[in-house]
Design a protein around this ligand. Structure first.
Ligand code: ZN
Length: 131
C-alpha cells in the first residue's frame, strides 16, 4: 500500500487553492465536482500521492458536517490498493468496520470505499483501487 491522497476539508477553495499553490510552487492539476458526495475537489499531484482540497457544494454535504464539527483540516487519508473488494473482505475478517461495505465510484472514476473511523483510531481511511 501507499498513500494515494490526503483529503483536506476547506471552507473555501477560493481561499485555499492560492494558499496551497503558493506552498507547493505551482497551479493545481485537476478540479472536479462529485455530485454524489456533494463535494468540489481541487487536486495537487505530489510525487506518488496528491493533496485534495475538499469544499462542500451543499449544507448537507459530509464536508459541511465535518467543518461544522471539527473545522478545517485533514478529513481523510486514502490508501491505494490493487482491488478494493478483495481488501474490504480481508479487512472485514481482520475486524475493521466500514462506511461502505461495497465499493463506489469516487473522484477520477476510481473504485473507492471508506472505513469507519471508529475502527481506525479516529482517522477516516479511504481505499482507492489503482487503475
Ligand atoms: Zn479521497
Amino acid at each position: 500500500m501507499r498513500i494515494h491522497h490526503i483529503g483536506i476539508a476547506v471552507e473555501s477553495l477560493r481561499a485555499a487553492v492560492p494558499l496551497f499553490a503558493k506552498l507547493l510552487g505551482r497551479a493545481p492539476d485537476a478540479e472536479e465536482t462529485i455530485e454524489e458526495q456533494k463535494v468540489r475537489v481541487v487536486a495537487f499531484a505530489l510525487g506518488e500521492s496528491r493533496i485534495e482540497l475538499l469544499e462542500a457544494t451543499s449544507p448537507d454535504s459530509p464536508i459541511a458536517r465535518f467543518l461544522s464539527k471539527r473545522g478545517q483540516g485533514i478529513h481523510h487519508v486514502a490508501l491505494a490498493v490493487a482491488n478494493v473488494s478483495a481488501t474490504l473482505a480481508e479487512l472485514e475478517r481482520a475486524g475493521f468496520r466500514f462506511i461502505d461495505r461495497e465499493p463506489r465510484v469516487g473522484a477520477g472514476r476510481e473504485r473507492i470505499a471508506f472505513l469507519h473511523p471508529s475502527s481506525t483510531a479516529g482517522v477516516l481511511i479511504e481505499l482507492v483501487e489503482e487503475k
